[in-house]
Design a protein around this ligand. Structure first.
Ligand code: EPU
Length: 419
């Protein structure tokens, strides 16, 4: 297993280019199963999670070919297997995104139920209830959900208790080929959903309400393959922005979409970062002193839970008090104990963390527990005095394309070494 060794205290300068969004690439790759013919997906990030879903598609019989850097040609003509096995699903919960497409096109699917994970229980009951309303018969057996439907799924009125990102995506894909109209109320509005809707529309789907929390899908009998570009990763963008806030310096973030980060940009300006927005670029200057800010994670366009841990690392560097409220996942404070090992003063009370700025962190040996928690340790390590060693970095490889390489190019002293 590899670890990252960071010599902290070096400001970041230069340019960094943002990769395609992991959380858009996963549903778009799953959507290629909805019809025969060759799909082209561009700007696909090279991540452990995208490799996992490609392996899953191949297990169903999809032919997946990388025809250029970041460009994949994918085609599912004859399905050879209807089962998403536990071994793949346990390494990536988003594997559940194949359920909607399999049911919609083939009328049958067997998908391992994802278990709990490091950030919370994360059930998939919304996905299952919605598919049942659309006429799917579901049985939970031996840790798998076995689903089938006779003929096409039927359009239905669906209202999510909470806007679920992958829930909305799964039902959009299922509804695209259903008979009649499906209305999804309290739908998630994340930009990744807009990207999926654009792909489905290019395939011939009839979807109204893009960007709103009410989506209406008039199902069609068949779809055609499409050529689609994955949007820039807003969480990777936010992580570099916060990193320069922590380490100091001045960087230009290229190939990003600042319009997808409204809440972060407002909060980071309030924290004292100087940010200039271009259409596809951000110029960020990490000046001192840092102001403490409060954040509350919310569905888009609110503050993203996937940037909560990184902002918490930044807030340890102020001289004030910051309250961080996590409303999306019940257990997303695993980074707190590791940040404390670096000198942070953080108290957790239920879903709130109170960060008392300690003015600076010191390097330590810490352990990554999930993807974004790991990113917060990198942010902390860049700012800390001395050397930080982060073990179990396979979490980072799930969602950050060439993190160590990109940070090195910005002047960070960071090495990936074998443990
Ligand atoms: N929920 C349910 N039942 C469901 C579905 C969701 O109770 O059937 C609850 C969840 O437990 C959670 C809330 O609803 O409390 C929202 O969860 P959501 O379904 O939106 O999360 P997700 O679709 O599983 C995606 C991202 C996550 C990101 C969340 C929130 C992908 C592949 N994953 O997860 O990304 O944190 O939305 O924005 O899109 C990450 O990239 O590190 C990551 C965890």
């Amino acid at each position: 297993m590899d670890k990252l060794v960071i010599e902290g205290g070096k400001p970041l300068y230069g340019e960094v280019s943002i990769s395609g969004a992991k959380n858009a690439a996963l549903p778009l790759l799953a959507a290629t199963m909805l019809c025969p013919g060759q799909h082209i997906l561009r700007n696909v990030p090279d991540l452990r999670d995208t490799r996992t879903i490609i392996k899953l598609l191949e297990s169903f019989g999809s032919e997946c070919r990388r025809i250029a850097r970041g460009v994949w040609q994918i085609e599912l003509t004859d399905i050879t297997n209807f089962e998403a096995a536990y071994d793949l699903v346990k390494t990536m919960r988003a594997s559940v995104l194949v359920l909607g497409p399999l049911l919609a096109r083939f009328g049958v699917a067997r998908v391992s139920l994802p278990g709990g994970c490091a950030i919370g229980a994360r059930p998939i009951d919304f996905h299952l209830q919605a598919l049942q309303k659309m006429g799917a018969e579901l049985i939970l057996r031996e840790g798998y959900v076995e689903a089938k439907c006779h003929g096409r799924l039927s359009g239905a009125d669906i209202c999510f208790d909470i806007p679920s990102v992958t829930g909305t995506e799964n039902i959009l894909m299922a509804a695209a080929l259903a008979r009649g109209v499906t209305v999804i109320k309290n739908a998630a509005r994340e930009p990744e959903i807009g990207n999926l809707i654009d792909m489905l529309r290019a395939m011939g789907a009839d979807i109204k309400g893009r960007g709103t929390d009410i989506l209406s899908v008039n199902g069609v009998a068949e779809l055609q393959p499409a050529d689609t570009k994955i949007i820039p990763d807003r969480i990777e963008t936010g992580t570099y922005l916060i990193a320069v806030g922590a380490a100091g310096g001045e960087i230009i973030i290229k190939d990003c979409n600042p319009a997808h980060l409204p809440a972060l940009l407002e909060k980071m300006r309030a924290a004292g970062l100087v940010i200039e927005e271009g259409k596809n670029t951000l110029k960020v200057c990490g000046s001192r002193p840092l102001n403490s800010i409060d954040i509350k994670t919310m569905p888009y366009p609110g503050f993203p839970t996937d940037l909560q841990a990184q902002v918490m690392a930044l807030m340890t560097l102020t001289d004030g008090l910051s309250v961080i409220n996590e409303t999306i996942f019940e257990n997303r404070f695993m980074h707190v104990a590791e940040l404390r090992r670096m000198g942070a003063n953080i108290k957790v009370d239920g879903r709130s963390a109170i960060v008392k700025g300690c003015g600076g962190l010191t390097g330590a040996r810490v352990m990554a527990t999930d993807l974004r928690a790991s990113a917060s340790l990198v942010v902390a390590g860049l700012a800390a005095r001395g050397v930080t060693e982060i073990s179990r970095i396979y979490h980072l490889e799930r969602g950050y394309d060439n993190l160590a390489g990109k940070l090195t190019a910005l002047g960070a002293v960071i090495r990936q070494v074998k443990e």
